[in-house]
Design a binder for this molecule. Structure first.
Ligand code: ATP
Ligand code: MG
Length: 331
């Protein structure tokens, strides 16, 4: 059976790209009876300066959002990363198998540190922590965006290195990279780049928690082109095609049927239709997010149950690892 692991940073609300490209896939994997473990990776959120009350709040918002999107704690293991102390212990062990040049060449590190003078050590080593997460739960498959592939390769490398030094222990995980249309939802303001939470332009990104009015406003002001009819051609007409993709994703209709139904509409009218479809799809999710946020104690309980499931596995892995490494006195 496949053992799926994925992590998500508690950055507050998700945007439509995260939802269609990532979270909805986790829900599908969970429905397909794969063993799915999802960690809200708060330890990763402190690698850059952060605001503690915001972090705490964002952990709850992320948990509520994942639950609202259909992550079912009965089927999946959902927990907060920092509640597993074994992880940082294991992280030290994997750090000792990692080299500085290998980490320094990772593209995301180079990108994120371009403007930073004194690079925080946490930012440098965080791919090791990511690998520690994957290995600790002995994941076989890791669903990620394409930008994460170098990090998955590091996890694979560390699994192989460990296995060859200390004996066959860790599966060499495989990345599951989505390549359907949902894998790249574009910015509404600049269809040359993907929708992302780090875009400054507030109109570019639809958040799951956005009000219907705000969603309408954002979609109405989406950048398209000077052709007024609706067609799907991601290369020549990225803006309109992005709306078609979103429309098809939220209605479950094929691209073709969405386009066929829009033949009599111009772009302005079509935007109204897309906005309606997005609102209809997101409204129940938005209500569910509120519902969960109003029941914080239930969420705390449920995350603790998740953490104790995860922790059992973590302890099992770590005690084997420590024994093989000759650490401590027991075993
Ligand atoms: P950042 O700009 O900080 O990198 P992000 O918006 O890219 O943030 P991440 O937290 O990096 O979000 O990604 C979470 C998950 O959502 C990843 O699996 C990623 O591949 C997926 N994802 C992010 N943006 C999109 C998008 N525009 N379309 C489809 N999937 C996306
Ligand atoms: Mg990203």
């Amino acid at each position: 059976p496949r053992k799926i692991f994925s992590g998500i940073q508690p950055t507050g609300s998700l945007h439509l790209g995260n939802y269609l490209g990532a979270v909805r896939r986790w829900v599908r994997l969970q429905e397909a009876h794969d063993d799915v473990t999802i960690s809200i990776v708060d330890m990763h959120s402190i690698t850059m300066p952060h605001n503690p009350p915001n972090l705490r709040e964002n952990i709850f918002v992320m948990a509520a959002t994942l639950l609202a999107c259909g992550i079912d704690p009965e089927k999946s293991t959902l927990f907060v990363q920092s509640s597993i102390p074994e992880l940082t212990e294991f992280n030290w062990i994997l750090s000792s198998l990692s080299t500085m040049p290998r980490l320094a060449q990772l593209p995301q590190f180079r990108e994120k540190t371009r403007l930073v003078k004194e690079i925080p050590l946490g930012l440098f080593v965080y791919p090791v922590l990511q690998a520690a997460d994957i290995l600790l739960y002995k994941a076989t498959h890791v669903p990620v965006g394409a930008d994460q592939l170098p990090h998955i390769q590091l996890a694979q490398h560390l699994a192989r290195t460990y296995n060859s030094c200390y004996g066959e222990t860790f599966p060499v995980c495989e990345a599951i990279v989505e390549n359907g249309e949902a894998s790249r939802i574009l910015s509404l303001q600049d269809p040359g780049q993907k929708m992302s939470k780090s875009i400054g332009d507030l109109l570019a990104t639809i958040n799951l928690a956005d009000s219907p009015d705000l969603i309408t406003k954002k979609i109405n002001s989406a950048v398209t082109d000077f052709t007024s009819d609706i067609s799907y051609n991601p290369n020549k007409r990225p803006g309109v095609s992005n709306l078609v993709t979103i429309h098809s994703q939220v209605t479950g209709q094929t691209i073709k049927s969405v386009v066929d139904e829009a033949t009599t509409l111009d772009t302005a009218k079509y935007k109204e239709r897309v906005a309606e479809a997005v609102i209809e799809h997101l409204s129940p999710i938005r209500e569910e997010i509120k519902h969960h946020l109003a029941r914080r104690n239930e969420m705390i309980h449920l995350l603790e149950v998740g953490a104790s499931k995860a922790r059992q596995q973590a302890q099992h892995t770590l005690s084997d690892v420590k024994q093989r490494l000759g650490l401590g006195t027991s075993g």
